[in-house]
Write a protein that binds this ligand. Structure first.
Ligand code: PDD
Length: 288
């Protein structure tokens, strides 16, 4: 099957999809993105993802590339053309194409938009859920506005690579004060000695994950207590359970951090309960 991408108004073969060499996303990482899960032909939490896209755009003063309803039509079309039932879509909006200059281009410059989609292999996700994943901790070295979902992901890419080279799947950023921030592409959670879920407040210094927000609804439904509170690496290493969340993975148990097992070194029950209830509670929008 030929993969199809949407690029600035056209549906093109993925292999031929191109943006201009002077796109500001390419030259300055001057753009934002969203990744959204598709499960059983349903887009998961689309409203929240589009709301966050709107916030990221407005923080960077980039205009919407098209009306929101039109963008939803494009997303559905890309999913259908790529026959994605279980997988994800990626959308990226940049400030557009202009002669290289740090200051913003002329206000008439049209934002660039790209939408792609791909199927994922449920067996790989199931294996990660069953076995858990390993993580390493790394010092925070990103800019201060990580609350905006920008395509400026060089640090994230470097620490993910570092994790891979250490035999792990995620790198967890730790602040200068020793508190846990978030993963290279995930939010981080721990379960304390009384079974309360802890995650860092999202007002500043981390991305407010959509999965994180929906997980709070799910935990509320299951009667699991949550506190938004920063915690240290030591506390996380001594916790009952650690897991990470993202639209691509919902919630993967973390069974080892920096070579040390978490609890008995096996996936915990809280993340499993949450995962099982997640899709019943998350918003689902049909592709059709
Ligand atoms: N990443 N923190 C960071 C730095 C992220 O990049 C992501 C998502 C998250 C989780 O957000 P959400 O629950 O909305 O997916 C937290 C996406 C999946 C990515 O870059 O591929």
């Amino acid at each position: 099957m030929t993969r199809i991408a949407y690029v600035n108004g056209r549906y093109v073969r993925h292999a031929d999809a191109k943006v201009h060499i002077e796109d500001r996303g390419y030259q300055f990482a001057d753009g934002v993105y969203e990744v959204c899960e598709v499960r059983h032909g349903m887009i998961v939490d689309m409203t929240r993802h589009l709301d966050r896209l709107g916030r990221s755009l407005s923080e960077l003063r980039i205009a919407w590339p098209m009306h929101r309803a039109a963008l939803v039509r494009v997303i559905r079309e890309v999913l259908k053309r790529n026959r994605v039932k279980n997988g994800l879509f990626y959308m990226q909006v940049t400030r557009g194409v202009a002669k290289r200059d740090h200051v913003f281009p002329h206000p008439d410059t049209k934002p660039s938009i790209v939408v792609t989609a791909k199927s994922t292999n449920p067996a790989i996700i199931a294996a990660k859920n069953a076995n858990g994943i390993k993580a390493i901790t790394v010092p925070e070295n990103r800019w201060d506005r990580v609350d905006i979902k920008t395509v400026g992901l060089l640090s994230n890419a470097l620490v993910r690579q570092q994790a891979k080279e250490a035999g792990a799947q995620e790198a967890i950023y730790v602040d200068a004060d020793g508190t846990v921030k978030e993963g290279a592409a995930t939010n981080v959670w721990m379960v304390d000695e009384d079974g309360t879920l802890l995650t860092r407040p999202a007002e500043h210094g981390i991305l407010r994950g959509i999965t994180r927000t929906t997980l709070m609804d799910v935990a509320g439904n299951l009667g699991i207590k949550i506190r938004e509170e920063a915690f240290s690496t030591e506390k996380m290493l001594a916790s009952r359970e650690v897991f990470i969340t993202a639209a691509t993975s919902i919630c993967f148990p973390v069974v080892e951090i920096d070579g040390k097992p978490i609890a008995n070194g096996h996936p915990g029950s809280v993340s499993q309960k949450i995962r099982e209830a997640f899709f019943d509670i998350a918003e689902k929008t049909s592709i059709w």
